[in-house]
Write a protein that binds this ligand. Structure first.
Ligand SMILES: O=C(O)c1ccccc1N[C@@H]1O[C@H](COP(=O)(O)O)[C@@H](O)[C@H]1O
Length: 200
């Protein structure tokens, strides 16, 4: 999300989370002032290999309830960040998935983040607009709840409904570029349709 009026408009749909990209190279880069959203919506800051001070500054400035680490952040970094943010901010660690993804790499992150997020491996760190083959998630070895992400749009409604019927601990369906009129500007009507259809 990027534009205040659009943020407020989408806020009326009461998503559980709303994300703001703090990676300067993104067309969705957010450097404005956040309007006041309903309290139930947790604001996520999305970062790519940012340093601790930068993350902490944005958390304080925008009163973020969660940070999404969308780069190659290490276990030690997540651990340090968790202590710095005094456990009051959720830490979501992103993994870029393809058919060869090794789920063993998750284990050391178990104790240093609150959620995993699985996005599709692509040219960009995120926002590639492509899905990965969710069949690989049959190998998911953990109980930790995760966000399902990567190129999810209206065409994926049936697949989303199917995967939500499995035992996988999916806590959120994360949508982005497939619901855009232009980068950062979301189509509220389409988001509403998606939300009603998946009824999550
Ligand atoms: O959207 C971006 O520009 C972006 C840039 C850098 C890191 C993450 C980014 N977006 C996140 O990527 C996933 C998947 O998005 P999409 O559905 O494939 O467009 C999502 O979490 C976005 O917040």
């Amino acid at each position: 999300m990027k534009y205040p009026d659009n943020i407020l408009e989408v806020g009326t749909l009461l998503p559980d989370y709303m994300g703001f990209i703090f990676w300067e190279k993104s067309a969705r880069y957010f450097d404005g002032t956040l309007p006041t959203l309903p309290q139930s919506i947790k604001k996520i800051g999305v970062f790519v290999n940012a340093n601790k001070e930068e993350i902490e500054a944005q958390v304080l400035k925008h009163d973020l309830q969660a940070v999404q680490l969308h780069g190659q952040e290490s276990v030690a970094f997540c651990h340090e960040l968790k202590n710095t943010l005094a456990n009051t901010t959720e830490i979501i660690k992103v993994f870029s998935v393809d058919d060869t993804f090794d789920f063993n790499q998750l284990e050391p992150f178990e104790t240093v983040c609150d959620y995993f997020l699985f996005d599709t491996k692509g040219k960009l760190p995120g926002g590639n607009g492509t899905t990965f083959d969710w069949k690989v998630l049959e190998q998911y070895p953990s109980q930790k709840p995760f966000f399902l992400s990567g190129g999810i749009g209206l065409d994926e409604i049936d697949l989303v409904k199917q995967i939500l019927k499995t035992d996988l601990p999916i806590i959120a369906i994360d949508v982005n570029s497939k619901f855009e009129i232009e980068a950062g500007l979301k189509n509220k009507e389409e988001l509403d349709r998606f939300k009603q259809k998946i009824n999550f």
